[in-house]
Design a protein around this ligand. Structure first.
Ligand SMILES: Nc1ncnc2c1ncn2[C@@H]1O[C@H](COP(=O)(O)OP(=O)(O)OP(=O)(O)O)[C@@H](O)[C@H]1O
Length: 515
């Protein structure tokens, strides 16, 4: 991102070289660097969400709380610590689990993501610290402000003596389940009444049909429809198709992808191109966006059957890759021989003994990384691991873990394959062609979800498309999503695809025996 900004400045013939003055970072990575600077060697390590869950389960066991309650309690604890000021939980189980969890974090000398932000908020209470840190940046710009939580809001507020610009779209707030405060932009405007509000109402990505349909879906939420004009004007209509079941739907998606990319298989030639623009696309220009990851199976099968390469982007951190994770734990142990938490996890996850770990550390310290990786039971040829190791040459392990939130960041999106991902992980991306399957009631909007947030999520999915949107649903299930029903009539083409009935073979009359 920093490179892109510097290149843009060059294009704009900006005379000053800003490469040393410009910091581009995430909240967590920024907080970690500050913590390390302010607390030096005493600064705790950071554990990600997966490790935090492991530790929380340990806390539940220690406090004799039913593990089945774990998920809900952990969500609640995270919510509490993303609020500001943090309040003490009233619920007895929650209070006990929280107490043990905090104890474990401190015993292992680690913080989780929520704690990390809270620590900085705590440090900023000291006016001198705040002044010392604040004067480093003359201008602060926060992007995707609709996704900040209350603690992050307070940090930005604390730094508001600098010139602060926030950018965001309240209609794309889709992370309230993770603690984001969907009202943060509104709150900012209320708390800083002198702030100049600039409304960006021209869209450069999508055609008018997509914007109008997205606005119509939002029109039913508290955000209310906005009028956004496309500088591209009108484009192809959104294609909506209903199928009998997910297999037929997936088959059609695979055929359409094949046709869009000019594939020449026998079936592709036979397949009707009536809904396909004349252009040919490359596979990475196509994305299939799912409401939940578990809907992927029929689509994967259909792609495999046709030999269409696809890449699944789970929106997960590359740190969740087994090999990367093992080496990252080793790095933490190399840096700090008391990194008990990571030692215990290596023993559990890789079946190593204390002695094995010592051998890994010693090989690593001697510079024999390949041997250390082999001893860990990891694959030195793993591509993600190779990229991770490259990153380690110029960053410390915590930095990498915090910087690269998904493998899209690490690998780049431009592999020669279709992108299969959730609507959430598509946030911020764009593709010439977008498929949105399973747009039926109970899936879109998801049963039990917050309907306003579901509308915003669908809006995000729709507006990833630069040109074509194909929305499909299965009528065998609960039927077409009400979101589609709110599209303006002139923005889409609606069609039901009935399964082709294969003619039953007529029974051959049995020839009577001549004898
Ligand atoms: N002034 C402009 N002129 C031409 N194209 C533009 C302009 N501004 C943005 N674009 C293009 O419009 C698309 C969307 O821009 P960008 O990603 O910055 O918007 P965004 O508001 O962050 O989008 P979203 O939040 O929906 O992901 C990009 O392809 C970008 O190159």
């Amino acid at each position: 991102m920093k490179e892109r900004i510097l290149n843009l400045l060059k294009e704009l013939r900006w005379s000053e070289d800003l490469s040393d003055k410009l910091t581009v970072t995430t909240f967590h990575s920024w907080a970690y660097k500050l913590l390390k600077e302010l607390e030096g060697d005493k600064a705790p390590g950071v554990i990600d969400e997966v490790d935090a869950n492991v530790l929380f389960k340990e806390a539940l066991r220690l406090s004799n709380i039913d593990l089945r309650k774990g998920r809900g309690l952990f969500k609640e604890i995270s919510r509490i610590r993303q609020d500001f000021p943090v309040f003490e939980p009233r619920n007895k189980d929650l209070r006990t689990a929280y107490f043990f969890y905090k104890g474990l974090l401190s015993r292992y000398g680690v913080v989780d993501f929520d704690d990390l932000m809270l620590r900085i908020a705590e440090l900023f209470r000291d006016k001198d610290v705040l002044q010392q840190i604040g004067k480093r940046w003359s201008y602060i710009l926060v992007d995707e402000f609709q996704d900040v939580n209350r603690v992050q809001f307070e940090l930005v507020k604390a730094l508001s003596t600098n010139h602060v610009t926030i950018i965001g779209d309240p209609d794309q707030s889709i992370y309230s389940f993770r603690g984001a405060d969907s009202g943060s932009i509104r709150r900012f405007i209320t708390e800083f009444p002198d702030a100049e509000v600039i409304t960006l109402d021209i869209a450069y990505r999508c055609h008018q049909e997509i914007l109008d349909s997205g606005s119509a879906v939002l029109g039913h939420s508290e955000c209310k429809a906005r009028t956004i004009r496309s500088n591209k004007g009108k484009g192809p209509k959104i294609v909506v198709k209903g199928f009998k079941n997910p297999d037929q739907e997936a088959k059609w998606i695979a055929e359409t992808v094949e046709s869009l990319t000019g594939a020449m298989s026998f079936e592709a030639i036979n397949f009707s191109r009536s809904n396909v623009p004349n252009d040919e696309y490359r596979l990475p220009e196509i994305a299939v966006l799912l409401r939940v990851h578990s809907l992927k199976n029929p689509i994967e099968k259909a792609f495999l059957r046709k030999g269409i390469p696809f890449r699944e982007t789970k929106g997960r951190s590359p740190m969740e890759n087994d090999d990367v994770r093992a080496v990252s734990r080793l790095m933490r142990i190399v840096m700090d021989e008391n990194a008990q938490f990571h030692k215990s996890r290596l023993i559990m996850e890789k079946g190593l003994t204390e002695k094995d770990i010592e051998s890994c550390v010693s090989a690593w310290k001697k510079g024999d990384k390949r041997e250390a990786i082999r001893l860990l039971g990891a694959d030195p040829e793993n591509m993600l691991l190779k990229i991770f190791l490259k990153g380690l040459e110029s960053n410390d392990v915590e930095e990498i873990a915090l910087q690269f939130k998904s493998d899209v960041d690490l690998l780049g999106i431009d592999l020669e394959c279709v992108n299969l991902m959730t609507m959430h992980s598509a946030k911020g991306l764009e593709f010439p062609v977008v498929f949105i399957p399973r747009c039926e009631e109970d899936v879109v909007p998801l049963k039990g979800g917050d309907e306003d947030e579901e509308r915003r999520l669908f809006y995000v999915a729709l507006t990833r498309a630069e040109k074509m949107v194909y929305i499909t649903y299965c009528f065998e299930n609960k039927g077409k999503s009400k979101f589609i029903k709110s599209f303006p009539k002139e923005a889409y083409l609606d069609e039901i695809v009935l399964p082709v009935r294969t003619k039953k073979k007529k029974k051959r009359p049995k020839q009577g025996s001549l004898f």
